[in-house]
Design a protein around this ligand. Sequence first.
Ligand SMILES: [Zn+2]
Length: 48
Amino acid sequence: MKTRLNCPCGEHIRGEDENDLVERTLAHLAERHPTHDYTRDEILFIAH
Ligand SMILES: [Zn+2]
């Protein structure tokens, strides 16, 4: 299961599970990268 994602801006995002990771990543994107619109699949593709 993927629970970590390193955002290109240098932010390290961790979730309890994939759903949590996607939620946290979307929240980070909305706050820091409002022009980036990633889907769940795209987020999980760059997660590890
Ligand atoms: Zn970022």
